[in-house]
Design a binder for this molecule. Sequence first.
Ligand SMILES: Cc1ncc(COP(=O)(O)O)c(C=O)c1O
Length: 383
Amino acid sequence: MREEFPILHEIVYLDSAATTQKPTSVIKSIEQAYKRSANVHRSAHRLARENTASFEDARNTVASFIGCNREEVVFTSGTTHGINLIAQTIPLTPKSIIICSELEHHANFVIWQQRAKQVGCTIKYIRVKNNGLDYEHAKELISQGCSVLAITHLSNVTGAVTDVTLLSSLVKKQGGLVIVDGAQAVAHLPVNVHDLGIDAYAFGAHKLYGPTGIGALFIRSSLAKTLPPFLYGGEMIEHVSVTETTFAQPPSRFEAGTPAIVQSIGFKAAIDWFTKNYSHSREQEIYAYVKKMLSTLPKIRIFTHPTSIACLSFVIEGVHVDDICAFLDSQNIAIRSGHHCTQPLHTSLGIPSSLRVSLGIYSTKEDIDACFLALQEAIQVLS
Ligand SMILES: Cc1ncc(COP(=O)(O)O)c(C=O)c1O
């Protein structure tokens, strides 16, 4: 399977949480699609009909991948767009209470913080405990009232997995909505949005071996039907006159303008490829290995939670994270340094930034060995 990623001959890539490499089958599907360009849902000629069928087929694939109906899948440009869409369209009033957490990526933090300011409502943040959510605090906050819970499924820093089913059952008792940021989880966990008992789930294709520029937002159909459009324009209407416009049913209502047609074909190819090739147990073995190896390094502080999978972060006392990252880069090893778009989490951990190793489907123990040896050398040279 690694032959599908020629770049892996050149570098050790341990930054898949930022974006994954794309297999040749996905790249080929994109190339083929560009050679047969035609817009969708408009013209009646053959090429347009074929592209419309491929676009809608991609929607079917996404729907079965996350366990929902095709009408419940809205194509977006990615996770960030999906969360903005749902945050701007659900009904909120000054009396609403939004609950978010300190574990969130800025895409699921800043959006809700700013939305709360816009509406003039309350927003509360679940604290972090042991590098995951503080569930006691979550229960306490939710029991005081919750209109919306916006929560990550899998932390992009500590790899902690959220017990979404537990939290959604608590929020439902309060009559609230549950919106989940699935950007990281879809590439590492089986996801069934109806089993999770949630109202919306956002993710993108590019962390799932697919193209950039496309993602999907699941919106529970009974909710979607009640929501207003997010963006206006072509394709999202039912009827337009000089005095009035009526809007299409979901998902079209939320898909104004020409969609990411080629990317949708690449998205489908990526899901098909991923479903065939992914092994959770293999990934878990490599994850246990990286944790074990890194824990033997001197002066290291590792941030993981008992539920963690797929990625972890760490700091080395006395050495700047950027210097370590640059040192590894000089040996063609790609890991991430910085705050990983999670400044509130880093503040609660008491550090400005960290290093992150994140796994992809192509990661091997040899990659971890190379990273470990380079880190050992970096510590010697830089401290
Ligand atoms: C947990 C999480 N949420 C949201 C995002 C935002 O994804 P995108 O930038 O693809 O919209 C990321 C990206 O790193 C992420 O890791």
